[in-house]
Design a protein around this ligand. Structure first.
Ligand SMILES: [Zn+2]
Length: 561
């Protein structure tokens, strides 16, 4: 009997397809799963007896923003430690390629402080060059990328408001063609962020037609996830229909201010599916977000230099106008801004405010009370004093909606986080991003084990085979001979997310700064051991995955119409 490279013996094998676990051995050879057989029957040059722990496909995180942070931390610490073996990047319209020299400054500004890190060389221009940069230095996890609409638009129009001319649109289509040829998995949009929010539906349809020719998908952070959530879901579905592309609605939990609970947006998805349109959803299980306070300002102000923002807020007239604009919210701002619009100041807890004494850990409501000030004034003053460094935890999602989404068969689990590490630039200062460290363990701990909302098999399906299917990664996301050996071994009894702090918050925050989760014992990527208990092996076996279709796409694949 030939010995395999490695045998994971005596596991409770979860195949990723939703089937009940079974006891077995799993052999790895040449990066792939070589065999699966009854316990005690396979021999390896190395054997890892996991003694009844769960053996599952590595988690595929379809919604992340690791585009630049994985260049800074190629070990992908926060991701691989929670069992993620593949990240989809380029989400919410934000990909760092293509880059047009003339708008490189806009691009760098868009990505913020990380742009200045030495590892972020900005020496790529095309999408292909960026993917090569990713692969060249090695990665601990696999990465698949979408082409971001904001990047395409910025390369042609900078941060301009308004519609592109037909010549400009043609250039954008050309850039997307190039990205799809290079292996982008589709097009993403972020229709609440500048410059995505400046684009009309027709522009997105015209671009999605390009993605359609390459059998890519359309992934969208839709045009408002609160008051306009149903119209925004309908727009995404219409774009998919008109362009003939599958639709992935990103992190589709209704945010504070929505007129309905998640059953309403999911009903639109169900209706589209009943008509034969391929529409699916992803969501993460956190109720909060930790952005800069300046993110709550109207979009056309956010992109200005900090000193200009401060000057605008200092002027009593413009301050008043800005406040009015936030409340009117005519061009829907991102989710957390709903807390400003609806005066939910007790749901905004200050996380960083470098220049202000004694405000960290307090809500805007409390500070306003202490200072005898209007909460809006407190909010604006903190921005004036600390600029983009003023950050808060915005608790803007009702947990009941997270449960509804978790139970829906067309909803997969994502983090909406990014590769982080509790050391170096990525921890200076420690960002508030529980999903980046604790998404998958948190689901297993809180929604499978402690207070079951879904079964273990179903949770794992939503983390593995379902996202793999959505992105056409047909040889990942399930445990079958021949599939790539992306594997996580975990102990459900010991699983513990050490990054999430539940609302309402107590200060110091419970799990902040974040720690790695417990109970994720081994992680293999393409057959190579990356996590061994507490230890990262330093291995960089990850692959940059490229979307490939057969050559007949030039004739125009009509997609799912
Ligand atoms: Zn988003």
């Amino acid at each position: 009997m030939t010995a395999f490279d490695m045998v994971i013996a005596n596991g409770r094998i979860l195949d990723g397809c939703g089937n009940p676990w079974f006891l077995g051995d799993l052999a790895i050879g040449r990066g792939r799963i070589a065999a699966i057989a009854p316990p005690g029957t396979l021999q390896g040059q190395e054997t890892l007896d996991v003694g009844g722990r769960f053996v599952a496909p590595g988690f595929i995180d379809v919604h992340t923003h690791s585009d630049l942070s994985i260049l800074v931390n190629r070990r992908a610490e926060s991701a691989v430690r929670q069992g993620a073996t593949t990240h989809v990047i380029g989400n919410c319209g934000m990909s760092p390629a293509p880059v047009n020299e003339d708008h490189l400054a806009d691009m760098r500004h868009y990505w913020g402080r990380i742009s200045d890190q030495p590892e972020v060389t900005w020496d790529w221009r095309t999408f292909d060059q960026y993917l090569q940069t990713l692969q060249r230095g090695g990665l601990s996890i696999n990465v698949a990328s979408l082409a971001g609409h904001a990047a395409l638009r910025m390369a042609v129009m900078g941060l301009d408001d308004g519609d592109p001319t037909s010549a400009e649109l043609d250039i954008m289509r050309g850039l997307l063609t190039e990205a799809m040829e290079a292996g982008a998995f589709g097009l993403s949009t972020g229709l609440v962020y500048p410059p995505g929010c400046f684009a009309g539906t027709d522009e997105i349809i015209a671009l999605s037609q390009v993605a359609s020719r390459y059998c890519g998908l359309y992934a969208s952070h839709i045009r408002g996830e609160r008051e306009t959530i149903l119209e925004a879901v309908a727009e995404a579905i219409r774009i998919g229909y008109e362009a003939g592309v599958p639709v992935q609605i990103s992190h589709n939990a209704p945010k504070f201010g929505a007129p309905c609970d998640a059953t309403a947006n999911l009903r639109l998805v169900e209706e589209a599916r009943a008509r034969g349109q391929d529409v699916t959803v992803d969501n993460d299980v956190h109720t909060d977000l930790g952005p800069p306070l300046s993110g709550g300002l109207p979009q056309h102000i956010q992109e200005r230099p900090v000193v200009e923002i401060a000057a605008l807020l200092q002027d009593p007239n413009t301050r008043c106008q800005i406040r009015e604009e936030i409340v009117l919210d005519r061009r829907p701002a991102f989710g957390p801004a709903g807390l400003l619009k609806h005066g939910q100041w007790h749901r905004i807890t200050i996380l960083h405010a470098p220049q202000s004494q004694g405000v960290v850990g307090k809500t805007i409501a409390t500070i306003a009370l202490e200072r005898g000030q209007d909460p809006f004034d407190v909010y604006f003053d903190l921005i004036i004093v600390s600029g983009h460094d003023a950050e808060a935890i915005f608790d803007y999602i009702d947990e009941a909606n997270i449960r509804i989404l978790l139970q829906h068969p067309a909803v997969m689990i994502c983090s909406d986080g990014q590769v982080l590490a509790p050391y170096g630039f990525l921890n200076d200062p420690p960002p508030y991003s529980p999903c980046s460290y604790g998404e998958f363990p948190g689901v297993l701990e809180r929604y499978v084990r402690d207070e079951p909302v879904l079964t273990l098999e179903e949770a794992v399906r939503k983390m593995t085979s379902f996202p793999a299917q959505r992105f056409g990664l047909m040889d990942r996301g399930m445990l079958r001979p021949g599939a790539w050996a992306d594997i996580v071994v975990f102990d459900l009894e010991r699983i513990r997310d050490r990054a999430t702090s539940l609302y309402p918050h107590t200060y110091p925050f419970e799990n902040y700064p974040h720690r790695y989760p417990e109970g994720i014992d081994y992680v293999f990527v393409n057959g190579v051991l990356v996590i061994e208990g507490e230890r990262h092996t330093g291995a960089l076996p990850g692959q940059v995955l490229r979307h490939r279709v057969n050559a007949h796409h030039e004739s125009g694949v009509t997609g799912n119409r």
